[in-house]
Design a protein around this ligand. Sequence first.
Ligand code: UT7
Length: 313
Amino acid sequence: MGVGIIGVGAYVPENIVTNKDLEDMVDTNDEWIRTRTGIEERRIASEDMDTSHMAIIAAKNALADAKLEAEDIELILVATATPDNVFPTVACMVQEALSLTNIPAMDISAACAGFVYGLVTAYQYIETNTYKNILVIGSEKFSKIIDWSDKNTCVLFGDGAGAVVISNVTGDKGILSFELGADGSGGKHLLVDNETDFITMNGKEVFKFAVRQLPQSCINVIEKAGLTKEDINFLIPHQANIRIIDAARERLGLKQDKVSTTVRKHGNTSAASIPLALYEELENGKIFDGDIIVIVGFGGGLTWGSLVIKWGK
Ligand code: UT7
């Protein structure tokens, strides 16, 4: 038996903020944002919708998709950089909302790579027969750590959540290989400033890191799985910038329709971007049973992580 994803759910707030809307707020324009980032619009949560609320909706959707009851879940992991509170964790809030008691629940902090860290952590517990079903959620409300007068950052991010249920899957399906990594020396390039509580970023440095690390990490996990680039059916990279995604796509020799680019509609939703993209691409009918899927995340820390999954239950 393998270890894989048996259910996927998502949630994005209703409120759409377009590039045109941002033109009224900072000295930017639709053309700059589209050509430099690929982003056309993003969802922004209302005052009363926090990270935990989005996580709970996504989690319930993932449970329904997996055809499981909340009682079947034995561990909750939430990847987030924008928890409602320092503690209690978002994972504990999800546990309460699902009326679960006693099962362990914890947040994972690895910025935009957090969801991949969460998947790999869940994989270990299933692989060792410790737990049967684990909820892994990525949920972010970046709008609350954005300086809405800083054009360098405010155009890039959005809010949302995605969730999956990880369990045993049949035959040769499931997670075939993974890699996690971090480079603390690059932490200064992307951080939340303690004085202002706002995100600050050296875009160029993060860009260079991503263009180098993202495709390399994909190649590493593909090799670990005993596969080649030609075996990849679909790539789900962290959705930060279309130019970073395109650079990775070209290095991996993939056609455009084999790579998720939901960044156009969601902007960068940090730890939520990969499960949100996975949800959308399943809805779009882009992923089939038996497909080789590569998932890769990168972000503040600096952190990165990737997985190869043979899709299916
Ligand atoms: O999840 C991981 C998080 N982050 C990332 O992945 C971000 C990685 N980096 C990037 O995506 C890109 O570096 C950015 C999209 C952030 C910036 O693109 P760039 O091509 O590196 O632009 P730049 O920083 O070199 O800025 C070029 C110009 C500057 O003006 P001058 O100095 O050349 O006159 C900026 O002031 O663009 C200006 N600029 C803007 N103009 C209009 C910066 N932000 C904006 C804006 N609208 N929103």
